[in-house]
Write a protein that binds this ligand. Structure first.
Ligand SMILES: Cc1cc2nc3c(=O)[nH]c(=O)nc-3n(C[C@H](O)[C@H](O)[C@H](O)COP(=O)(O)OP(=O)(O)OC[C@H]3O[C@@H](n4cnc5c(N)ncnc54)[C@H](O)[C@@H]3O)c2cc1C
Length: 608
C-alpha cells in the first residue's frame, strides 16, 4: 500500500448537516477533539433546504395556548401510528423547547409573535399582548396546537448557518468535499472510516474513539424526490455493509403532499399550515370530504394518500408530466406570501414561471423523508458495533415510527444532537483508541481494490447509470404510496437482479481522480441494498401503518405487527435478512389516530 493520509481524533462525525454539527458542538464543548466530514461545504447540506419550521411546545401564540410537551408527545405518537419509541418521543418533546430557546441565544432570527391580527380559516386571531416578541409558531399537519417555530419559510437556512457559525466558534475541524466509503471495524468495535477525496480521488484514513454517522436521508433512491442530489443514503449503506449493524423500518418512506410539478422541489407544509387549500381539476376543495377534522392538515401519509385516491377517482389535472392537483394560497394575500412564504413564492416564479399570489401551484405527492435508518438505542448508540453512533435522518432513533410529523425532523436533528452529543462526550472519555495498523490497512486495501478493479475495465460491462435508473423506476412504480403484494414481489425480484449486476459495473470513462462515474459505481451497490431493504420490508409487512399502506392489508394490525423491522445484510448475502423487535410503549397504548381511517372514501366529491 502506498502513502496515504491518516487523521486521528476523539470523535469523527460523518455528515455536517444540522444533526452532525449539533452533535459535534456538544462533543467539542466537552473538551473532545472533533473532525467533521461532509460531501459539500457544510452550509450546502440538505438541512439548509428545510422551509417550514421545527416543532417545540412553547405555547407562545394564541393558537398554541395550552400546548405542552405532553401534547407534543401525544401528537408524535399518533403521527407515528404507534410505531415510534415512546421513551424517545417523551425525551424529545421535553427537550425541544430548551433547544429552541438556546438557538435564539445563538443567533437564530426566529419569526416572533406580533400585535397584528390575522384571518385564519375565516376567524380573526389576536395574540396576547404579553407574548408579543416571543418566538412564534405556525400550524402544521397532525398537531393539536400551533407549535412549529420558523423563520419565514427559510428555517433550515437560518438554523444551519447559525449552527455552522458555532462550529467555527468552537474551532471544530471540518473536512469537506470528502466521502466516507466504509467503516473501519472488526465486527465488534468501530474505529473510524476510509474516506475518498472528491477533489483528487485519493483515499485517506480517519481513526477515532467514537464514530458518528449523520449523513441524512436516502431520498434520491427514488426518481422523484424533494431531496438534494447528495441524499443517497451512503451513511446507512456503509453501516449496513459491516454486516452487523441493522437498519430499522426501511419500508417506512414518507411522501410529502406538495412537491411542485415537474421539478419536485418542495412546497412547504407551511403553505397549508398558513391556510392554503388543495383543489382538484374542478377547482373543488376535496380534503374536507375525506378528513372533516384536519382537512389539508391531517398527517402527511394521510393527505398524500387522499390526494392519490382523488387522482385515481378521476379528479386529477392532466399535464405532460402526469396528473396533479392544485395548491391554492392566493387568498393569503401578497403581503403574507411575500414575507412568510417568500421562498416558495420564489420557487414558483423561478422554476414554473407562475406567481402564487395570482395563480395556482401544480403539486403531487413526492418522496420526501426516510423514517428508517441506522437503528440506535435512546443514547444514539448503533446496534451491533461499539463506539458507533448515528443521529438525524440517517438514524432510526426511533422518534417517527411509520410517519414523521412535519417540523419534527428538523427539531430531531438539534434535540438529538444535544442529547446524543452529551452521551458521546460522556462515553468517549472512557475509550482508549487501540486499533491495529493491519486492520486499518485491510479496510483501506478493500476500498482501493474496488477502485482498481473498476478502473482496470475488467470488472464487467454494466452501465452504472442504467442500473441506477432501473432502481429509481422500480422503487417509484412498485414501492410508492399504495403498495400490494404483486408489484412489491416484482420490485424485490428486480432489485435482487440489479444488485447482482451492480457487482459487474464497467466504467465508460477512465475513473481518474475525482471522476463522478467512479463515485457512483462505488456507491450504487450500497444504494441497491437500501432499495432492497425498503422493498422486502414492505413486502413482508402485511398490514398498513403510517406511510406504509398495503391495499391488500388496509388495516393496522397491532396483534402481529406492532414491531420494528431490522434489516441486516450478512457478509456475502444477496439480500437482507429481516428480523423484528418490539416497539417501546411507555405511556400511550395503541388507539385511534383521530384522522385517516384507512378505508374511508370521499362521499361528496363532485362527479367527473
Ligand atoms: C426540501 C426539504 C424541506 C424540509 N423541510 C423541513 C421542515 O420544514 N421541517 C422539518 O422538520 N424537516 C424538514 N425537512 C427534513 C429535514 O430537513 C431533514 O430531515 C434534516 O435536515 C436532515 O438533517 P441531517 O443533519 O440528518 O442530514 P443532512 O442535512 O442531509 O446532512 C447530511 C450531511 O452528511 C454529509 N454526507 C452524506 N454522505 C456522506 C458521506 N458518505 N461522507 C461524508 N459526508 C457525507 C452531507 O454532505 C451533509 O453534510 C425537509 C427536507 C427537505 C428535503
Amino acid at each position: 500500500m502506498g502513502q496515504y493520509d491518516t487523521f486521528v481524533t476523539d470523535v469523527l462525525v460523518i455528515g455536517a448537516g444540522l444533526a452532525g454539527e449539533r452533535a459535534a458542538i456538544e462533543s467539542a464543548r466537552n473538551g473532545l477533539n472533533v473532525i467533521l466530514l461532509s460531501l459539500v461545504p457544510p452550509r450546502r447540506s440538505h438541512s439548509s433546504a428545510a422551509q417550514g419550521g421545527m416543532q417545540a411546545a412553547l405555547g407562545n401564540t394564541a393558537m398554541g395556548k395550552g400546548d405542552s410537551p405532553d401534547v407534543h408527545f401525544l401528537d408524535t405518537v399518533k403521527g407515528s401510528d404507534w410505531g415510534c419509541e415512546q421513551d424517545v418521543a417523551r425525551l424529545f418533546a421535553e427537550t425541544a423547547p430548551i433547544v429552541m430557546r438556546e438557538m435564539a441565544h445563538w443567533g437564530v432570527p426566529w419569526s416572533r409573535v406580533t400585535t397584528e391580527p390575522r384571518i385564519y380559516d375565516g376567524k380573526e386571531i389576536h395574540e396576547d399582548p404579553q407574548k408579543v416578541g416571543l418566538i412564534a409558531a405556525r400550524n402544521f399537519g397532525g398537531t393539536a396546537k400551533w407549535r412549529t417555530c420558523y423563520t419565514s419559510d427559510g428555517t433550515g437556512h437560518t438554523v444551519l448557518y447559525t449552527m455552522d457559525s458555532m462550529v467555527q466558534k468552537y474551532g471544530i475541524t471540518v473536512h469537506d468535499r470528502v466521502e466516507a466509503l466504509s467503516l473501519i471495524h472488526d465486527g465488534e468495535t468501530c474505529y473510524g472510516a476510509v474516506v475518498r477525496s472528491l477533489r483528487t480521488g485519493e483515499l485517506s484514513v480517519y481513526t477515532a474513539k467514537s464514530t458518528v454517522i449523520a449523513t441524512g436521508g436516502y431520498g434520491r433512491l427514488y426518481g422523484a424526490s424533494t431531496n438534494a442530489v447528495i441524499n443517497e443514503g451512503s451513511g446507512m449503506s456503509i453501516a449496513m455493509d459491516t454486516g452487523v449493524v441493522p437498519l430499522g423500518n426501511m419500508e417506512a418512506v414518507q411522501f410529502h403532499p406538495t412537491g411542485i410539478v415537474p421539478s419536485w422541489i418542495l412546497i412547504t407544509e407551511g403553505a397549508r399550515g398558513d391556510g392554503g387549500y388543495l383543489l382538484d381539476k374542478n377547482l373543488y376543495r376535496f380534503m374536507p370530504d375525506y378528513e372533516p377534522n384536519k382537512k389539508e392538515l391531517a398527517s402527511r401519509d394521510v393527505v398524500s394518500r387522499r390526494m392519490m385516491q382523488h387522482i385515481r377517482a378521476g379528479f386529477g389535472v392532466d399535464s405532460p408530466y402526469g396528473q396533479h392537483l392544485w395548491l391554492d394560497i392566493r387568498h393569503l394575500g401578497a403581503k403574507h406570501i411575500n414575507t412568510n412564504l417568500r421562498e416558495i413564492a420564489t420557487i414558483c416564479r423561478e422554476f414554473n414561471g407562475i406567481d402564487p399570489v395570482h395563480e395556482l401551484i401544480p403539486v403531487r405527492p413526492t418522496q420526501h423523508y426516510s423514517m428508517g435508518g441506522i437503528r440506535t438505542n435512546i443514547h444514539g448508540q448503533a446496534y451491533g458495533l461499539k463506539n458507533l453512533y448515528a443521529l438525524g435522518e440517517s438514524a432510526c432513533w426511533d422518534l417517527h415510527g411509520f410517519n414523521r410529523l412535519g417540523g419534527n425532523s428538523l427539531a430531531e436533528t438539534v434535540v438529538a444532537g444535544k442529547i446524543i452529543g452529551e452521551k458521546i462526550a460522556e462515553f468517549t472519555k472512557d475509550v482508549s483508541l487501540n486499533v491495529s495498523t493491519s486492520l486499518v490497512e485491510e479496510h483501506l486495501h478493500l476500498q482501493q481494490g474496488r477502485i482498481d478493479r473498476l478502473r482496470s475495465q475488467k470488472s464487467g460491462k454494466e452501465n452504472v447509470y442504467d442500473l441506477r435508473n432501473r432502481m429509481e423506476n422500480t422503487l417509484s412504480h412498485n414501492v410508492g404510496i399504495f403498495r400490494t403484494e404483486g408489484p412489491l414481489q416484482e420490485a424485490v425480484d428486480e432489485l435482487r437482479e440489479l444488485y447482482e449486476r451492480s457487482q459487474s459495473i464497467g466504467l465508460r470513462g477512465s475513473g481518474a481522480g475525482a471522476d463522478p462515474e467512479l463515485g457512483l459505481a462505488l456507491r450504487l451497490p450500497g444504494m441497491i441494498k437500501l432499495a432492497l431493504s425498503i422493498a422486502k420490508g414492505a413486502l413482508v409487512r402485511q398490514e398498513s401503518r403510517g406511510s406504509h399502506f398495503r391495499e391488500d392489508f388496509p388495516k393496522r394490525d397491532d396483534v402481529n405487527w406492532l414491531k420494528r423491522t431490522l434489516a441486516y445484510w450478512p457478509e456475502s448475502a444477496k439480500e437482507p435478512d429481516l428480523k423484528y423487535e418490539p416497539v417501546t410503549i411507555t405511556e400511550l397504548p395503541p388507539g385511534d389516530r383521530g384522522y385517516g381511517e384507512a378505508t374511508a372514501t370521499s362521499k361528496s366529491a363532485p362527479t367527473k
